[in-house]
Design a protein around this ligand. Structure first.
Ligand code: ZN
Ligand code: ZN
Ligand code: FE
Length: 761
């Protein structure tokens, strides 16, 4: 007989882990106990050597669905201190030094859904049903350890039945912290908020009946979801969808859809195997899927070839969607401000959009937007990381470091990161930090993460951009906390984020995005780096263009078209950009002629904008990335010969010159070649630029890894043709998988770059 102490760390609390340990121990005939500790789960097991080892293996390999083991260890001893002939579950204790990790929110499980649909079950039609394997988690957790009293369920005293399930080890609701039923749990209320003030129209089941009626007669309604409010309306009611666009001040940006079932989605979009798995899995993000034909639901995602679909992920959604095939479910916020999560402020702020609010009395503590994901073949591309994905940590295994770090991220897609015990904990998507409600959200969330994971940073890292809100925040933060502050270059951080995910120490980095501050203080975005540990070299970049008209450049693609035309074929400017339509053209031309602009840009995102405007697809971005997304939507899936371009080795760094590309595109437009063909050829030109330049870099420097990051790699078609092209080459190619390739993924790279430097000096 031996006694073993087993320590498991990771997401092992609040996910049905201890009952699983007990069941497994009994299966192998072991005695002992399991307890939750700050660092995770501690188990004492008594028995023969072999069954203990089998038990240990099974604990790692057969974990409950949402659990995630990040590290495990076992220590055997001949001394047996445990003498009872039983295996039991100890109560939670809190006195250790490191936090256990808390689980993300989990979509409603099958078993709970069956109960909700079963008239004989006490959870019949109950919109807040959940169990050990499903339900709200991060969105309601206020502090650790994860017990009911530390969640927003604290105010709901369990009824006898719930209490019995909660305390019965064999029950599937054993220690399900948010467990609830119609007798004791949260309740729905439907409120109408108009000139007469806020009036309660209906409660509980009646509220559900009424909201369905309201949507059916064409109302736009606000519905409290898991991580925040949604605005919902009938997706087929074109008049209403147009009205929603108007009141939300969102003329073209695609709306997310919720469908009743996967078969409904399949009527509108193609669904691949990985897409199907994530649509129906436990995280239930919005998945961007290819439309079956471009004319499908034209008001939902105008001129975009994809639709964003999700399936119901709470019992409330499930009950509502029994009455509809598809609803618009867009974020309940005002324009670019933070998602509404509180009943009072939702009523206040969304009142211009709707009178009707379907609410409930369980508080949302942590705001979480719907996550958005897409696939390029099998390659997963996270567009927005929030509900269901946060706070799952990323382990940085190859660099052992005891420091605790705060990385501020970037700006347009706010998301910070913290580092402790070789774990990266990234925040959820926090919105554009230019808006004060998002900046408040950022600060709140940082305080929360620090508290819950018990992190006290010894160093702060910020983007080098002097005017980023996140940089200013980090400066103040470092000041107040008396910490050293280091800066990370934007496009390098993008590449380091890929290196962190794939544990690379050297790579070619292809960093393509819209904007970011460079070492030469210019606006970069079309960059090729060579990175070896903490050393980097900017080997090549897209030829600089004068950054005339500052911030307007990214909002108004016609300006970038003008800049490119001015450089490559000034004679045709008037054919493409008329002064009637673009009155500021004259002023722009004067500035260009004077060559007085010192600020320059090598942005790849802006090149996509320019081409999009030349093709008259989009002259003004009404939402970020519109011009590029519309350009991508035109591609046809056949191999096209690229346009000509030039790699100029005379310059240092090498210069990628697309003047000829622009001239050829202009020619083809003048010869009325079709837009699909031009867009496709343009994408293949970018591929050609990447392939040729990477080959040259390898020939020169001998590095065979290539890491791709930056907002441009949200372009699924580009990622797909890169994968095809490189499949049979000697290169190893890497993309972001666990963080978005856009600026929301940058905090991971900021930390990895810092660790690389620290470990090598
Ligand atoms: Zn469940
Ligand atoms: Zn109950
Ligand atoms: Fe960027």
């Amino acid at each position: 007989m031996k006694q073993a102490e087993i320590i498991l760390k990771g997401i092992v609390q609040g996910v049905g882990f201890r009952p699983f340990v007990k069941r497994t121990a009994l299966k192998f005939g072991l005695y002992g106990f399991v307890e939750n500790r700050e660092f995770g789960v501690r188990i004492i097991a008594v028995g023969d050597n072999e069954p203990i080892l089998d038990f240990y293996l099974e604990l790692q390999n057969k974990v409950p669905p949402v659990a995630k083991i990040i590290s495990h260890k076992i220590i055997f001893s001949d001394k047996i201190s445990f003498s009872k002939k039983d295996f039991y579950i100890e109560c939670s204790r809190k006195n250790g030094e490191i936090s256990a990790l808390i689980p993300p929110d989990i979509a409603t499980c099958e078993v709970c859904l069956n109960e909700i649909d079963d008239p004989k079950d006490r959870h019949y039609n109950y919109p807040f049903t959940n169990c050990t394997n499903c339900g709200p988690r991060l969105s309601i957790i206020q502090s650790i350890p994860y017990d009911r009293k530390n969640t927003t369920m604290r105010d709901f005293a369990m009824c006898e039945n719930c209490e019995r399930e909660y305390t019965t080890i064999e029950d599937r609701r054993f220690h399900a912290q948010p467990t609830a039923c119609p007798e004791c749990g949260p309740e729905l209320s439907l409120v109408k908020n108009d000139e007469n003030g806020s009036q309660l129209i209906a409660q509980k089941d009646a509220a559900l009946v009424e909201i369905v009626k309201l949507i059916k007669v064409g109302e736009i309604v606000a519905i409290k979801g898991l991580g925040g409010y949604h605005l919902a309306c009938d997706a087929f009611n074109i008049k209403r969808v147009k009205e929603l666009r108007k009141v939300k001040n969102r003329p073209y940006k695609p709306f997310a859809l919720m469908a009743d079932s996967i078969s409904t989605i399949e009527k509108y979009c193609y669904i691949s195997q990985p897409e199907r798995e994530i649509l129906t899995g436990q995280q239930k993000p919005i998945v961007l899927l290819k439309k079956r034909n471009p004319d499908i639901l034209p008001e939902i995602a105008p001129e975009i070839s994809q639709l964003g679909f999700m399936l119901p992920y709470t019992p409330l959604h499930h009950l509502i969607m029994k009455n509809f095939k598809i609803l618009i479910m867009t974020s309940g916020n005002v324009a670019d401000e933070a998602l509404e999560k509180k009943n009072e402020s939702a009523q206040q702020n969304l009142n211009k959009i709707t009178k009707y609010f379907l609410m409930y009395n369980r508080e949302i503590f942590n705001r979480l937007d719907d996550s958005i994901i897409k696939f390029a073949d099998e390659q997963k591309i996270l567009i927005r990381k929030a509900r269901g994905f946060i706070p799952i940590p990323i382990k940085i295994e190859n660099l052992s470091d005891s420091s605790q770090i705060f990385a501020a991220g970037a700006d347009m897609k706010g998301s910070f990161g913290l580092f402790k015990n070789n774990l990266f904990l990234g925040s959820q998507y926090l919105g554009d930090l230019e808006f004060s409600s998002n900046m408040n959200f950022y600060e709140e969330t940082l305080r929360y993460f620090q508290k819950i994971f018990e992190i006290n940073p010894q160093i702060a890292i910020a983007d080098s951009h002097p005017n980023y809100f996140s940089t200013n925040f980090a400066e103040n933060y470092a000041d107040t906390e008396n910490l050293p502050l280091v800066f990370a270059y934007h496009h390098l951080a993008h590449i380091y984020s890929v290196m962190a995910e794939h544990r690379l120490t050297e790579t070619i980095g292809v960093s393509f995005d819209g904007t970011g501050f460079g070492e030469d203080e210019q606006i970069l975005g079309g960059e090729f780096f060579l990175i070896k540990k903490c050393e980097h070299k900017r080997v090549a970049h897209l030829k600089y263009q004068p950054a005339v008209s500052g911030n307007k450049m990214s909002k108004e693609p016609w300006r970038m078209a003008l800049i490119y035309l001015f450089d490559s074929c000034p004679k045709v400017i008037d054919d493409f950009i008329s002064e009637n339509k673009f009155p500021q053209k004259k002023l722009m031309l004067e500035v260009l002629k004077k060559q007085s602009t010192k600020l320059q840009t090598s942005s790849m995102g802006r090149l996509f904008d320019a081409v999009s405007s030349l093709l008259s697809i989009c002259h003004y971005n009404s939402y970020e990335g519109e011009a590029a997304m519309k350009l991508e939507s035109l591609v046809i899936s056949e191999n096209k010969k690229p346009y000509n371009w030039k790699l100029d080795f005379e310059k240092n760094p090498w210069q990628i010159d697309v003047d000829q590309t622009i001239r050829e595109i202009v020619n083809e437009i003048n010869n009325s070649a079709n837009k699909n063909k031009i867009s496709t050829k343009f994408h293949f030109t970018i591929l050609d630029i990447i392939y040729q330049t990477c080959q040259k870099i390898r020939d020169e420097f001998g590095v065979e890894n290539i890491s791709f990051s930056g907002g441009v790699f949200q372009n699924g078609f580009l990622v797909q043709i890169i994968r095809e092209k490189f499949k049979n080459s000697d290169f190893n190619i890497y993309f972001n998988e666990q963080v978005p390739p856009n600026d929301a993924g940058i905090a991971l790279g900021q930390i990895y770059a810092y660790l690389m430097k620290k470990n090598n000096t």
